[in-house]
Design a protein around this ligand. Structure first.
Ligand code: C2E
Ligand code: MG
Ligand code: MG
Ligand code: MG
Length: 292
């Protein structure tokens, strides 16, 4: 009867499949309703600029506030949203909400920040993505220079011609394009020449052991120096310790993001993040905040 190796070792094939299929059907059904019910929320994680020593931006990270399951992380539902096509309306919601909130903070005097938003490959397969983003910028009144789009290497591989066309248009508009999880895709570096990319986001898996593992240190140094000679900005994700920060600074990495600077937090936590540490207005004067 033993047929498949489950996550926890050997298990019976049929019952396990049924459970997983069942679970998946329920999740998919709930996901379809979630948008209409307003169950998605955005959390924001600070991004630090080392060149000017200031907080310069936030990455928007979506969560699902499920009535029974609680706060569901994106890894649990983004893949399903991608397969079902729900990522398109969900992605639009993320774009609109994040652009609106970052503009609201500015109007409240919290400072002018850039917003980084993750895009899935599926969102690029619709011709209108460029127009859509332009419309959202126009509707929210956010300057294109304040928007950064994070795409993975796999996005570039999907439909290269269409993606290049959309990215070109967005870059001309002044939107920044960052390659997320850089170094983990199975693609060639040739795409860095073919696509209008501004920034490489060094994957967390290389940053984690950067201080103890000479191979990780070598990979990160190489990425930073390649980026510099190509005129690209580098940002490191998953920076948790001062030792990691110091190493990255010494290598010439320009921007950092990670728990050391702040965890992803909801919009009201962002407001107390400003209010609590500097007092109101503290962030207004040149986005000044103390580096950890
Ligand atoms: P990502 O874009 O690479 O985002 C970074 C992930 O690393 C986030 O996980 C963040 O919470 C986590 N992280 C940040 N700093 C640290 C750190 O110092 N240590 C550790 N251990 N982790 C850190 P999260 O929020 O669970 O998001 C997971 C992934 O889900 C994202 O990876 C992104 O690929 C995807 N995602 C999130 N929001 C969206 C969205 O709106 N649209 C799309 N298409 N994908 C999204
Ligand atoms: Mg990202
Ligand atoms: Mg990433
Ligand atoms: Mg990642």
């Amino acid at each position: 009867q033993v047929k498949a190796k489950g996550r926890n070792g050997w298990s019976f094939y049929a019952p396990r499949m049924n459970d997983e299929v069942q679970e998946r059907i329920v999740l998919e059904r709930d996901l379809r309703l979630a948008l209409a019910r307003g169950e998605f929320v955005l959390h924001y994680q600070p991004q630090w600029d080392l060149t000017n020593d200031c907080l310069f931006g936030w990455e928007a990270l979506v969560r699902w506030q499920h009535p029974q399951r609680g706060l569901v992380p994106p890894d649990k539902f983004i893949p399903i949203a991608e397969e079902t096509g729900l990522i398109v309306p969900l992605g639009d919601w993320v774009l609109e909400t994040a652009c609106r909130e970052i503009r609201d903070w500015e109007q409240e005097g919290l400072g002018s920040y850039r917003i980084a938003i993750n895009l899935s490959a599926r969102q690029f397969t619709q011709q209108a993505l460029g127009e859509r983003i332009e419309a959202i910028l126009a509707a929210t009144g956010l300057a294109p220079g304040r928007l950064e789009l994070e795409i993975t290497e796999s996005v570039l591989m999907e439909d290269a011609d269409l993606t290049a066309e959309i990215l070109q248009r967005l870059k001309q508009l002044g939107v920044t394009i960052a390659i997320d999880d850089f170094g983990t895709g199975y693609s060639s570096l040739a795409y860095l020449k073919a696509f209008p990319v501004n920034k490489l986001k060094i994957d967390r898996s290389f940053v984690r052991d950067i201080v103890s593992d000479p191979n990780d240190a070598a990979i990160v140094s190489a990425i930073i120096s390649m980026a510099r000679s190509m005129g690209l900005v580098t940002i490191a994700e998953g920076v948790e310790t001062e030792a990691q920060r110091d190493f990255l600074m010494a290598q010439g990495c320009q921007e950092l993001q990670g728990y050391l600077f702040g965890r992803p937090m909801n919009a009201s936590a962002v407001r107390s993040f400003f209010g609590g540490q500097d007092g109101p207005g503290g962030a207004v004067s040149g986005n000044a905040k103390q580096m950890p």
